[in-house]
Write a protein that binds this ligand. Structure first.
Ligand code: ZN
Length: 388
């Protein structure tokens, strides 16, 4: 876990990602408490909203209710107004996930998802569960709309979570949109209750795919952005919400929620689950953390390896990996190799050379390294390599 974070820091040293980082900082600064609250008020029926040109009030968001369909239409029109493309996929007569996305500029097949379920149980306005997560995903869509991401960013709103993760299970990697190579799904479900005022932010993970590394990284981002929350990583994370649908398929996923273990909302699934009973300052901070996370993840990955972006055929590979005594860099000979360099995780250059056919590495300490290949046209490729 620590290693992944170091690599992220490390790659930041080299790559021209300052502009990207600033983009995420700006986006998080643009998160508006007023906007978050107004999404919440509309989703819980406190405020009317024009949907398809008609003033409407969203009542119950439970499946089969008019409010469920109104919510879908409201999510669609809001995300369209931000410039996103929409996949509006019915998975049954009454079930519909709303998927808003922007194709990645470099590799649109790879996708990062921020999500929450918009349905609620009957006889409740479902403010905490889960207008809170839905509002945060909408706010993410609003503040991230002008950023050009290398990979596809998806804002997913699941239907019928409350009747057994139906929507997310229909979507999860082998679902109708299985053509997206999902790198990470980050789910928000109940992010507005902090009864004991300890600011605990529960990050749910499981040892599946890269889920643990992403959970750890989200906790680091919380510190980096100085968001006053106390991240707590729960492993194994909660199965009774939508990230489970992805874990079931072996996909990388994390969940961000309020404290499910020692400070569970007493209003859960009750008519009293109203905005009045939410902790709004806590909710705003949770929304900021989620948005910082999805922005950083979707941009940062770009700096891991230029070779990755050449989806079909990387111009160079390192083998064996891991290795003990020597390594080889194979490369496409239409690209002229200028120099190779090996950096340790502290960013120190430990070796370099021009002949990449056989590189002796027995003198290096065990651990992770970054290999930078400097091409004659001044482009760089960066590859991870592990010394045994
Ligand atoms: Zn929920």
């Amino acid at each position: 876990m620590r290693i992944l974070f170091n690599i992220c820091l490390f790659t930041l040293l080299f790559t021209n990602v300052n502009a990207q980082q600033i983009a995420c900082v700006d986006a998080v600064n643009a998160v508006s408490n007023d906007t978050l609250l107004s999404f919440m008020r509309i989703l819980t029926g406190l405020d009317s909203v024009a949907i398809s040109g008609q003033k409407q009030v969203i009542e119950s968001r439970f499946k089969n209710n008019p409010g469920n369909v109104q919510t879908e239409d409201y999510l669609i029109q809001t995300c369209i107004s931000y410039g996103y493309q929409i996949e509006n996929i019915p998975f049954s007569d009454i079930g519909r996930n709303i998927i808003a996305y922007k194709p990645g500029a470099i590799n649109p097949k790879k996708a990062f998802i921020i999500s929450g379920h918009f349905d609620a149980v009957p006889r409740t306005r479902g403010a905490d569960d889960n207008a809170s997560g839905t509002a945060a995903v909408l706010e993410a869509a609003r503040v991230l709309k002008d950023i050009s991401f290398p990979y596809t960013i998806i804002f997913a709103f699941w239907d019928e979570e409350e009747v057994g993760l139906v929507g997310s299970r229909k979507f999860a990697p082998d679902g109708p949109l299985g053509y997206w190579d999902v790198q990470l799904m980050m789910n928000l479900d109940m992010i507005a209750w902090d009864g004991n005022n300890d600011s605990l932010a529960m990050i749910h993970t499981k040892p599946i795919g890269n889920s643990i590394a992403y959970a750890d990284s989200l906790a680091s981002i919380c510190k980096q952005y100085q968001i006053p929350l106390n991240p707590f990583i729960r492993n194994p994370g909660e199965s009774a919400t939508d990230q489970e649908a992805f874990w079931e398929k072996g996909a990388t996923a994390i969940g961000l929620t309020e404290d499910y273990d020692f400070d569970f909302s007493p209003h859960w699934h009750l008519p009293s689950d109203s905005i009045q009973n939410c902790h709004l300052p806590y909710f705003y901070r949770m929304a900021r953390l989620a948005i910082a996370g999805i922005c950083e993840f979707t941009l940062r990955t770009r700096s891991v390896s230029v070779a990755e972006f050449q989806a079909s055929k990387p111009r160079a590979t390192v083998w064996p990996n891991p290795s003990k005594k020597e390594l080889h860099i194979d490369h496409d000979h239409q690209f002229q190799l200028n120099e190779w360099r090996i950096y340790n995780l502290q960013g120190v250059l430990v070796d370099s050379g021009k002949d990449a056919s056989t590189i002796a590495v027995n003198q290096l300490l065990s651990g992770m390294y970054l290999i930078e290949i400097d091409w004659a046209n001044s482009e760089l490729t960066r590859l991870k390599w592990v010394k045994e």
